[in-house]
Design a protein around this ligand. Structure first.
Ligand code: GAR
Length: 191
């Protein structure tokens, strides 16, 4: 089977670019069919231009409500034959209707070792708790934020002089590797 990926981003898009490159270089048997950003100034979409992957910006303010906004995203993914949605720094919560339509077909990356440090600023939460290890988690998305079945995780050591910024960078390096590992894992399941 070939994974037809739809990726949702909000800002920087480094995970998304990494996935697009891995697909283009045939490191995984997957195609990125479309990348959607909810942010008109997303750096990720700017970087994507050079890679010739289809993209769209869908702004919540252009719709009557969140349901209509998510219906547009659903329509774009369906039109492009997407069969797995990857959230990669998508900073909005998906509503029940959308989740039901894509049940079992949405994965998310979160920069902590879930179930620790759910929600916003998990790297700051980890530093403030003085934990010695953190990392990243890729999980299926369900109706509860950062709660779905865990697919895989990577660990990083937090040093004594770690800052929120240095931890973000350290975890991001692991995120890039983990996303590719997980996509390969999912491909193996459906082989
Ligand atoms: C990543 O660290 C990702 O784990 C996090 O946002 C960053 C996006 O980076 N996602 C969340 O916090 C979601 N709750 P990127 O845009 O460079 O891929």
């Amino acid at each position: 089977m070939v994974l037809n990926l739809g990726i949702l981003i909000s800002q920087n898009g480094s995970n998304m670019i990494n996935i697009v490159k891995a697909c283009n270089e045939k490191k995984i048997n997957a195609d990125v069919k479309i990348v959607i950003s909810n942010n008109p100034n997303s750096k990720g979409l700017k970087k994507l231009r050079a890679l010739k992957t289809k993209s769209a910006t869908v702004l919540i303010k252009d719709f009557e409500n969140k349901k209509a906004y998510e219906n547009k995203i659903d329509e774009l993914f369906k039109q492009n034959n997407v069969n797995l949605i990857c959230l990669a720094g998508y900073m909005k919560i998906l509503e029940k209707d959308f989740l039901e339509k894509w049940s079992g077909k949405i994965i998310n990356i979160h920069p902590s070792l879930l179930p620790s440090f759910k929600g916003l600023e998990p790297q700051r939460q980890a530093i403030e708790k003085k934990v010695k290890f953190s990392g990243c988690t890729i999980h299926y998305v369900n109706e509860i934020v950062d709660d779905g079945e865990i697919i895989d995780q990577s660990i990083v050591r937090i040093s004594d002089d770690e800052t929120v910024d240095s931890l973000k960078k350290k975890i991001l390096i692991e995120e890039h590797k983990l996303y590719i590992t997980v996509l390969k894992k999912i491909l193996n399941v459906y082989k």
